[in-house]
Design a protein around this ligand. Structure first.
Ligand SMILES: [Zn+2]
Length: 98
């Protein structure tokens, strides 16, 4: 599939790929990146929800801080989070079979 997206170029709140420099937020010793002060406030106040995503291959919950990040082929400019590289590859293979 497409390349892995660098963690520090994705806003953890909007899940959008950003081209400007993002701001770091530390929660529970994990690092997240946000694009603006509104996203920062949202992430901090809803950290139990916004820090996590669902791997579209395994349907398992994961922490965005440790995810493999790929472009979302169905929604350009946004990303999908995978638990492992293997999941990202398998997700792509299944899509190609369709
Ligand atoms: Zn943002």
């Amino acid at each position: 599939m497409n390349q892995e997206i660098a963690f520090q170029s994705v806003c953890s709140v909007s899940n959008e790929i950003k081209f400007e420099k993002l701001n770091l937020v530390k929660i529970d010793n994990k690092t997240y990146w946000v694009c603006c002060s509104r996203c920062r406030a949202k992430l901090i106040s809803n950290s139990n929800i916004l820090r996590f995503a669902t791997d579209p291959f395994s349907n398992k919950k994961l922490d965005k801080a440790t995810a493999i990040i790929k472009q979302n082929p169905k929604n350009i400019g946004t990303v999908l989070y995978f638990k492992t590289k293997d999941n990202a590859t398998k997700f792509n293979l299944e899509r190609e079979k369709l």
